[in-house]
Write a protein that binds this ligand. Structure first.
Ligand SMILES: [Zn+2]
Ligand SMILES: [Zn+2]
Length: 491
């Protein structure tokens, strides 16, 4: 379904009980360079065999180019030959960017499908080069507002062009050269030039000629980012090797691979919250669902005028896309509780690579986008375990990390009475606020502990609010519209 057309209707139907609706921003679209006397030569549809010749011609002339890679167009980006090509381009200081996964016309796709086309090639560039690209060129140059919204959510600007060599339109090498001659005669302040690395005459004839002509006309041949005065990447981290666990080898990998293509930008790590900040609030949080006891917990909270926070897994006690689980999550969200990420499959994130952490986070975020139409702003790492890599990845994804300062003990084998005693104890100590860990997967939590805790905490003068409210923050990075089920809703 095309989100932009249905925002108003969906908002009216589902409401956004937990947050003021935030309109999704539109990504910037660049069709021209902005820096005088620059030319950005860009090359689409690779990685392909002619990449080496193009790179060599550019480097020999002291220039740089920009490669917009597909994930699976002329070949799979994970083939050894293609990994080498992508690495080679990056290590030579050219800019690497996304041309999306399968070279589909993005204007024919749904919100989910656009994200999928973008995410998969971003993950490949994270793995191969250790970078998150800041630019995406939509195949055929086609985009609409939905594409711009998805790109904005992903932190990517759209790159079009103001000069086309025509090489993908079937023009001869001579005609492409003539086009370069014509634009050089016109001598615009700068040029953003479209070429294709998949065309042999482009690499063997047109580009060597164009480099010479453009430099003779006084242009500097720079990356797209440089011709726009911008950064090429959202962050620069660590490249992976196939099946390598980056977190164990970060230092070695940085030493081995370096970050040749750009000044390393430190990712802003996520905030870690262990305590609420608003006085007289309690955030009751519930991990490991969606599960059968969600309804009882949600209804007990609602009956008391209270709200809670559910940290959902994608595939832990069951698949998040099962009908019963979709209904549970919708029930929680529609009743004003906060929904948040507990990652996909409840792995210890400190044992995973950067790409694996992204995968664990991306999949449950996508599920919450589909089911509730929201992008969560909070993630609770399974077991409460995190390291610097987890904080970097979470920061890159715009998510803060939520721990707790009170544990009911329900997942540690505490009896219902013991959990009740723990709530009694903390209520009588009366701290300014409480961030409480519970699990919706435990029957006695829903049937005995939560009803008791609600009453006890309210009697002690606390307001029972969402995690976001107890921190004075927004629960979601954005609020859009829920989707309807399609064949992609699988675990
Ligand atoms: Zn293309
Ligand atoms: Zn858990």
């Amino acid at each position: 379904m095309f989100a932009s057309l249905f925002v108003t209707v969906a908002l009216a139907l589902f409401g956004c009980v937990s947050a003021a609706p935030q309109k999704r921003a539109l990504a910037q679209v660049y069709s021209k360079c902005t820096v005088a006397n620059t030319v950005a030569l860009t090359f689409d549809d690779g990685p392909y065999v002619w990449l080496y010749d193009i790179s060599k011609a550019l480097i020999a002339a002291g220039g740089k180019g920009t490669f917009f890679f597909n994930g699976n167009n002329y070949g799979c980006i994970y083939d050894d030959a293609n990994i080498k090509r992508v690495k080679y381009a990056y290590d030579k200081g050219h800019q690497v960017a996304s041309h999306t996964w399968g070279h589909k016309d993005l204007t024919t796709l749904t919100w989910d499908q656009i994200h999928d086309e973008m995410w998969r090639v971003e993950l490949a560039l994270q793995r191969i080069c250790g970078v998150q690209p800041a630019f995406m060129r939509p195949p055929f140059g086609n985009y609409n507002n939905l594409v711009r919204e998805a790109s904005s959510v992903r932190g990517q600007s759209l790159a079009i062009w103001d000069f086309d060599s025509g090489d993908s339109l079937g023009v001869s090498a001579q005609e492409s050269k003539n086009r370069y001659d014509t634009v050089v005669r016109q001598r615009p302040s700068n040029i953003l030039a479209l070429n294709h690395e998949t065309i042999v005459t482009t690499s063997q004839q047109v580009i060597p000629y164009a480099i010479q002509k453009l430099q003779a006309a006084g242009y500097r041949l720079v990356t797209l980012a440089e011709c726009l005065g911008q950064q090429p990447y959202q962050w620069v981290g660590t490249p992976q090797t196939k099946d390598m666990f980056a977190s164990l080898l970060v230092t070695a990998a940085l030493a081995l691979f370096g970050s040749v293509g750009a000044a390393p930008q430190k990712r802003a790590p996520a905030q870690v919250y262990r305590k609420c900040t608003v006085a007289n609030t309690v955030a009751l949080t519930f991990d490991d669902g969606p599960h059968a006891w969600l309804y009882d917990i949600s209804d007990a909270l609602s009956a008391a005028g209270a709200q809670g926070t559910f940290f959902f897994n994608g595939n832990n006690f069951g698949c998040i896309y099962d009908d019963v689980n979709v209904q549970r999550i919708k029930h929680a969200y529609d009743n004003g509780h906060q929904v948040a990420s507990h990652t996909w499959s409840h792995k210890d994130l400190t044992t995973l690579s950067s790409a694996q952490i992204h995968d664990e986070m991306e999949r449950v975020e996508l599920a919450l986008q589909r089911i509730c139409g929201v992008q969560p702003a909070f993630m609770r790492p399974p077991l409460g375990n995190y390291n610097n890599l987890v904080l970097e990845v979470s920061g890159a994804r715009g998510q803060d990390v939520a721990i707790w300062d009170f544990d009911s003990g329900d997942s540690l084998g505490a009896s219902a009475q013991e959990s009740i005693n723990r709530y009694d104890e903390v209520a009588s100590q009366h701290p300014s606020s409480i961030l409480a860990l519970n699990h919706e997967t435990i029957a006695s939590t829903s049937e005995q502990v939560v009803p008791y805790a609600i009453q006890r905490l309210q009697q002690a003068g606390y307001r029972l609010v969402t995690l976001a409210e107890c921190l004075g923050q927004q629960p979601y990075q954005w609020v859009g519209e829920p989707q309807t089920r399609d064949s992609n809703w699988t675990c």
